[in-house]
Ligand binder design. Structure first.
Ligand SMILES: [Zn+2]
Length: 162
């Protein structure tokens, strides 16, 4: 069954029709030296166009220190900053979609610095706003050294039949 994600605040449609995958697929291997045909350098998408999956792991901001090296190394989205090892402690159960299934429906926050080298790393928190009412609804990950995913906040969207 196809569904679509709607903004909880205003009902605006935020995605193309989507089919739920049973689980989040393994993130595909990537080579940051490669460029895509359109000049972007993001990884292959984690979920195919027209699908979504729920990520059971904490996702995105806030980030908290993780002193254990092995845990830090094994955590998706971990990074080092100012001598600290940080891991995501944002919401579980974000809805992961192909970023291109949101085209024209979200507006990126312009006030975020987002110093990624060629895409968005999402470390400053939800950077995608509902294209109608401006509520923060999602975080886009499109940096060359991370996955290629848009994570919708579970409380900011509702799933409805398409
Ligand atoms: Zn809205």
């Amino acid at each position: 069954m196809n569904v679509q994600l709607l903004c909880t605040a205003c009902g605006h449609r935020l995605t193309e029709p989507l089919r739920r995958l049973p689980e989040l697929p393994e993130r595909p291997a990537r080579d940051p030296r490669n460029s895509n045909p359109d000049g972007s350098r993001h990884a292959p998408p984690t979920v195919p166009r027209g699908t979504y999956a729920v990520d059971p792991q904490p996702s995105g901001a806030p980030y908290v220190p993780e002193p254990d090296w092995d845990t830090w190394m094994g955590t998706q989205g971990a990074f080092a900053y100012n001598g600290e090892q940080l891991v995501p402690a944002g919401p579980r159960d974000t809805l992961v979609v192909h970023p291109e299934d949101t085209l024209g429906r979200l507006s990126p926050r312009r006030d975020m610095q987002d110093p990624g080298c060629c895409g968005r790393h999402g470390r400053e928190g939800p950077d995608q706003l509902c294209g109608s009412c401006g509520t923060p609804v999602a975080t886009e990950l499109s940096e060359c050294y991370g996955p290629y995913e848009t994570h919708f906040l579970p409380d900011a969207v509702r799933v409805e039949s398409a």
